[in-house]
Design a protein around this ligand. Structure first.
Ligand code: TTP
Ligand code: MG
Length: 372
């Protein structure tokens, strides 16, 4: 799916309704930062997050580790079984946040229409841009170069006319990639795209689609909007549009996160409480890491359970003291699960969300004012 030498997106400017969107995503972010800062880790299979002697999951895997089949969200124990020499490193969120600030400052030299998705990832709308560079590919190259100079780290960029395509494009030539999906190639690109590569279609939905004979974008395009909504709910409308390479969502620089969560659908339904608890522990760890990177904590925990028959329940609890630690999140989620899961029911999805967020700095202030 390499388009070879990227052509300029200059032709976009002729069609004024066409936007120029760039998606930037750092390569193996946490792992690359650790390899940058410690020469002993360079060229080695390393993972950040998780300890093999405890339960816990990998947050990031170096490219050397990925050769062994190790990837994010994999249990640390499994990762170690795959590679005996694997080096486990504890995360240094302060450093990742610093790098994140550096790259965001670079983005803002080109446009203020920047929508961060994570510490290492953002959409940029460069249809209008500060240096008045007509080619979005030229901007993407310049940003990659500036990131490398400032941080000694590589990023991958995807360039296209909407968020959906730009996001997929950034993954095409990873690491250190640059991929353009020009407007006249967009529909063909989506038609040939395997369904599991669609951003917004998870593993389980992809399975369901395959069972319906939908393997690629071209297959998806055969379905009417009404049928997709009937099968998949509201999100069917999104599938209908992206199958046609359409995505009107604007790049939103003011997106305020109201909640932080993680969920997992299981290829095989979970039948035992032990399995569910183990899964909850992993989810709790992921949510805690996300809260930590955002320096936030929250008052409300919501547990989502989807049963094998697709029936779904959510159960929430609000606490007077905000929580952020994995152990506290796990403890509460476990209680809620215990109380509500119901006997003899198999579970196909579990999710934990923390809402009513407060900034950790605000929290410090509250604690300070309480102790004074
Ligand atoms: P990603 O951009 O998804 O992954 P990555 O940067 O490690 O690798 P890639 O080259 O494929 O982009 O996530 C960015 C960082 O977010 C990642 O380095 C660690 C963190 N993270 C977690 O903590 N838990 C997770 O489950 C995932 C996927 C990422
Ligand atoms: Mg990344």
């Amino acid at each position: 799916m390499d388009f070879g030498l990227p052509r300029s997106l200059g032709l976009l400017s002729r069609a004024s309704r066409c936007r120029k969107i760039i998606h930037i995503d750092m390569d193996a972010f946490y792992a690359s930062v650790e390899q940058r800062d410690n020469p002993a880790y360079r060229g080695k299979p390393i993972v950040v997050g998780g300890r093999p002697e405890q339960r816990g999951a990998v947050a990031a895997a170096s490219y050397e580790a990925r050769k062994f089949g190790i990837h994010a969200a994999m249990p640390a124990r499994t990762a170690q079984q795959k590679c005996r020499d694997l080096i486990f490193i504890q995360p240094r969120f302060d450093i990742y946040r610093q790098v994140s600030q550096q790259i965001r400052a670079i983005f803002h030299r080109y446009t203020d229409l920047v929508e961060p998705l994570a510490l290492d990832e953002a959409y940029l709308d460069v249809t209008q841009n500060k240096p008045n560079i007509p080619s979005a590919v030229a901007i993407a190259k310049a940003i990659k170069r500036e990131i490398l100079e400032a941080t000694q780290l590589t990023a991958s960029a995807g360039v296209s006319m909407n968020k959906f395509l730009a996001k997929i494009a950034s993954g095409v030539n990873k690491p250190n990639g640059l991929c353009l999906i020009a407007p006249d190639q967009a529909e063909t690109f989506v038609e040939t795209l395997p369904i599991n590569k669609f951003h917004g279609i998870g593993q389980v939905t992809a399975e369901k689609m395959r069972a319906l004979g939908i393997q690629t974008g071209a297959d998806l395009k055969q379905w009417s909007e009404a049928d997709l909504v009937k099968r998949f709910g509201k999100v069917g409308r999104f599938y209908y549009r992206v199958a046609r390479a359409q995505d009107e969502r604007p790049v939103n620089p003011n997106r305020i996160r109201k909640s932080v969560g993680a969920e997992n659908s299981f290829a095989e339904d979970l039948a035992s409480l032990d399995q569910m608890f183990a899964e909850l522990e992993r989810l709790a760890q992921r949510v805690a890491e996300r809260l930590d990177t955002q320096k936030q904590s929250g008052h409300t925990l919501t547990l989502k359970i989807k049963y094998a028959d697709y029936q779904q329940i959510t159960r929430s609890q609000t606490l007077s003291e905000p929580i952020r630690e994995a152990s506290a999140i796990y403890g509460l989620a476990r209680e809620l699960l215990w109380a509500h899961v119901g006997d003899r029911k198999k579970v196909r999805l579990l999710g934990i969300t923390i809402s009513h967020l407060v900034d950790a700095s605000e929290l410090q202030y509250v604690q300070l004012s309480l102790t004074l």
